[in-house]
Design a protein around this ligand. Structure first.
Ligand code: HAM
Length: 419
């Protein structure tokens, strides 16, 4: 027997009600804030991701699904969405559009991680990007949108974590301070962090190993090393967040697991804490589009993990609206009735009434058992007698009450919810 690959899962019909709800709220929030959908290829040139996300990150070093296709091209299944959006932005000349350009996506994402609750090798992200403006008011909009999206789902007991990690001008000073700090603790670092210290000290703050986390707690804070423009940007952002009534926690250790970030970084955490519990995160990446060959274009965005949202909807016992499904099952007995049942099913569907049609040579009793399992409101039964007389038996599945009804009246009876 085959099984789904480790770290992947099937989203079975019974789960879809959660997924469609999250997706529907995501689309609704994007419409509210003026974001347009973009769909992107599931794989890209490997270099796009290694350049954007950063050679020193766990994602690039350990987690990418990279392969060579039959034409000898090195490709990678997307480990995130931002790099692809920026690639598409440049490829399609979107810098000529009046900015900021606001785009969103809902897509599967692939990372070779150690699977556990809330962490998978294939997960799904709802993400969005606002490209072409460095105004801190846009940062506030992106953060507000993330928050309103999660709240619109009914989620509560969330916290917003915020930090600023500076820009090209002030980052080197901060990196030097980090190197200095860690120089005195090298023997306490994990091997990965020891190797990364010189090239990429920011990554040490993001390490999930407990001894490294402990060291990160007392490490210098990036917000103490910001240059004047970054300070001004961050303080305006905090002002806008206050204006919007969004409470946040300053989190000096928050640097995010991708290298492209500048200035603002943020995450939304549920009450139950843990590395794999973050519902979503994002931030500014003002240098990325320039580094990918475009003219320097400030931008920022956010992405949330759909699996983690569904997990939290269930944990918090949030009732989601049911998905529309047929309310009518058509059962029949006998050959003559079968033809009539098929015709009736077609007529009802044309009138917009959802119908599940009995099939196979099941007894009437077995068909009604199936109707019961499908949880339909009505069974419409056609036997020899009904086939001859142009009637049906209409059975209310909740009360088991049955009545004979002329077929001409059926449409009207079924269309009325209280019939
Ligand atoms: P990220 O923090 O790597 O950011 O991923 C975003 C969210 O995806 C996480 O907060 C988490 O909910 C979910 N997620 C990540 N990895 C997994 C996994 N293995 N299993 C389940 N869920 C996962 C980004 O990807 C950035 N592109 C976000 C962004 C957009 N920054 C700017 N724009």
């Amino acid at each position: 027997m085959y099984q789904a690959p480790r770290g992947t899962s099937d989203i079975l019909p019974g789960e879809q009600v959660y997924w469609r709800y999250v997706e529907q709220q995501a689309v609704a929030i994007c419409q509210l804030y003026g974001y347009e959908r973009i769909d992107l290829p599931a794989f890209e040139d490997t270099r796009l991701f290694s350049r954007s996300i950063g050679e020193e990150t766990d994602i690039v070093q350990k987690e990418m699904y990279t392969f060579e296709d039959k034409g000898g091209n090195r490709l990678t299944l997307r480990p995130e969405g931002t790099a692809s959006v920026c690639r598409a932005f440049l490829e399609h000349g979107m810098h000529n559009l009046p900015g900021p350009v606001r785009l969103y996506y809902i897509a599967p994402v692939f990372r070779y991680e150690r699977p556990q609750a809330g962490r998978y090798r294939q997960h799904h992200q709802f993400g969005y990007e606002a490209i072409g403006d460095d105004d801190p008011a846009l940062d506030a909009e992106v953060i507000d949108m993330a928050w309103q999206f999660l709240v619109s789902l009914g989620l509560s007991r969330l916290s917003l974590h915020l930090n600023s990690i500076g820009c090209k001008e002030c980052r080197p000073g901060y990196m030097a301070a980090l190197k200095d700090y860690y120089a005195g603790h090298i023997s306490d670092l994990c091997p990965d962090c020891r190797a990364r210290l010189q090239r990429s000290p920011l990554r040490l703050l993001d390490c999930k190993k407990p001894p490294c986390q402990q060291l990160a707690d007392s490490a210098p804070a990036s917000s103490d090393y910001l240059c004047l423009p970054c300070q001004a940007h961050f303080s305006s952002l905090k002002g806008y967040l206050e204006l919007l009534g969004l409470a946040f926690v300053m989190d000096h250790r928050l640097v995010r697991g991708l290298d492209y970030y500048t200035r603002t970084v943020f995450e939304v955490q549920p009450e139950v804490d843990g590395a794999q519990s973050t519902l979503g995160g994002g931030g500014r990446y003002d240098n990325l589009i320039g580094e990918l060959g475009g003219k320097p274009t400030p931008a920022l965005g956010f992405a949330a993990g759909m699996e983690r949202i569904v997990l939290n909807l269930k944990r918090q016992g949030i009732a989601v609206p049911p998905l529309p499904r047929p309310r009518v099952f058509i059962a029949y007995a006998g050959d003559e009735a079968r033809g009539e049942a098929i015709k009736l099913g077609a007529t009802l569907r044309q009138a917009g009434i959802g119908v599940i049609q009995a099939s196979g040579g099941k007894t009437l009793k077995a068909q009604l058992r199936q109707a019961n399992a499908l949880d339909v409101r009505y069974a419409v039964i056609i036997g020899e007698e009904e086939a001859r007389t142009g009637t049906v038996v209409l059975r209310d599945m909740a009360t088991s009450q049955q009545k004979s009804v002329p077929r001409s009246q059926l449409q009207q009876l079924l269309a009325e919810p209280a019939a």
